[in-house]
Design a protein around this ligand. Structure first.
Ligand SMILES: Nc1nc2c(ncn2[C@@H]2O[C@H](COP(=O)(O)OP(=O)(O)OP(=O)(O)O)[C@@H](O)[C@H]2O)c(=O)[nH]1
Ligand SMILES: [Mg+2]
Length: 288
């Protein structure tokens, strides 16, 4: 993609990153949270540097938003790279117990090492790290089984760092979503915008919706296991993408005529909102 369609303003995220860096030294375990719909685009380039010398737990959240076949493909891919992904749905709590057990086990290992070095046993400090809106706060609430931190649909909800205690064993640090200082890869930025994982950003909603439709057309052509089929848009909006001469503009216009009194901007917003609320169906925007 050549044109710059997403512009974002670091604002509070830049500030959060400074806070984050000063807290990183005190953290033993980093719980990295990614979005199952875009595991590649929600991988932070600085994470390796930040997690150096620390235990690392890779959590892929929103497992309910992709199809089982895509999940399996990613799972195998991560394992082939020597990484163990932990899949969960932080909204319902599915997969949380395993993550909790693993975090506690990693904590015990750390404490055993401390004891061997003549140091005192203490609660392990874990930090949830990831892009905006991937579900870090929801995960913390599920881990402690209580609504202790704010979690909601908007990106950029968590504004400051906050410690939360889990079972006397782990201190969890909830942090605001962090984005790389530059989003040079506009393809990734576009997917972050579609999934609403970008936080404070400026983009043309209609343009982003059209690119989203273009991904649909591309995937239908490729017939990969993304969950995207010719029927899903037809089923929800009554307009088939294949009947619109393969033009995302025509689809949007026809759908707007049918649903939003011809207002294509409102239709574009609705399409993106529906996807973000998981109303269109499980859809992967990336495969390994
Ligand atoms: N369907 C689904 N929704 C989820 C899942 N996890 C979180 N959510 C929802 O996603 C939204 C964002 O969750 P948050 O926990 O606020 O995300 P966050 O990463 O803390 O976001 P910031 O603090 O803004 O960076 C909330 O409305 C959650 O209910 C999941 O696994 N599946
Ligand atoms: Mg949060």
């Amino acid at each position: 993609m050549s044109t710059q369609i997403i512009q974002w303003y670091p604002g509070h995220i830049a500030k959060a990153k400074t806070q984050l860096k000063s807290n990183l030294d005190r953290v033993d375990l980093v719980i990295e949270v990614r979005d199952a719909r875009i595991p590649r685009s929600t991988s932070h380039p600085s994470l390796k540097k930040w997690t150096n010398n620390k235990k690392h737990l890779l959590v892929i959240n929103r497992k309910d938003m992709i199809c089982p076949q895509a999940l399996k493909a990613w799972d195998q891919w991560f394992k082939s790279q020597g990484q163990r992904p932990w899949w969960c749905n932080a909204k319902t709590g599915e997969g949380i117990q395993q993550i909790k057990n693993t975090a506690i086990q990693l904590g015990n290992e750390l404490n055993n090492r401390r004891l061997l070095r003549g140091m005192r046993h203490r609660a392990v400090r874990a930090l949830t790290l990831g892009f905006p809106n991937v579900g870090k706060s929801a995960l913390i609430n599920r881990l402690v089984n209580k609504k202790v931190v704010q979690s909601s649909r908007r990106a950029g909800v968590t504004r400051s760092l906050r410690w939360v205690r889990l079972d006397q064993k782990i201190d969890l640090l909830d942090a605001p979503g962090v984005l790389p200082p530059q989003l040079e890869d506009q393809e990734a930025a576009l997917k972050l915008a579609i999934c609403d994982d970008i936080g404070q950003a400026a983009y043309d909603v209609e343009l982003v919706a059209k690119r989203f439709l273009r991904i649909f057309m591309h995937e239908i052509e490729q017939s990969r296991i993304t969950g995207i089929t010719p029927e899903i848009l037809q089923m929800r909006y009554g307009i088939n993408l294949e009947d619109t001469k393969q033009s995302e503009g025509i689809w949007l216009k026809n759908a707007a005529e049918k649903h939003t009194s011809g207002d294509t901007l409102r239709m574009a917003q609705r399409l993106l909102d529906d996807f973000r609320k998981n109303l269109i169906g499980p859809i992967s925007l990336e495969l390994p």
